[in-house]
Design a protein around this ligand. Structure first.
Ligand SMILES: [Cu+2]
Length: 68
């Protein structure tokens, strides 16, 4: 299942790396792409992965994600 998020306070390559690490720490993520300029994250995930789990993981890394 594909899902898109806005991570509004992701501002530089360092932020992108932290968000990447947060996403990679979640079980059941098949692939993802981060666009720093658009502050968007595309995730392809197993159906078992809850949207809130993704938002929480990104939040724990210090970033605000919103599903769009
Ligand atoms: Cu940054």
């Amino acid at each position: 299942m594909k899902q898109e998020f806005i991570v509004s306070n992701m501002a530089c390559e360092g932020c992108k790396k932290k968000v990447s690490e947060a996403i990679e720490g979640i079980q059941g993520i098949q692939k993802y792409h981060i666009d720093l300029n658009e502050k968007k994250v595309w995730i392809d995930k197993d159906d078992s992965v809850q949207t809130n789990a993704i938002i929480q993981a990104i939040d724990d890394a210090g970033y605000q994600a919103k599903a769009i």
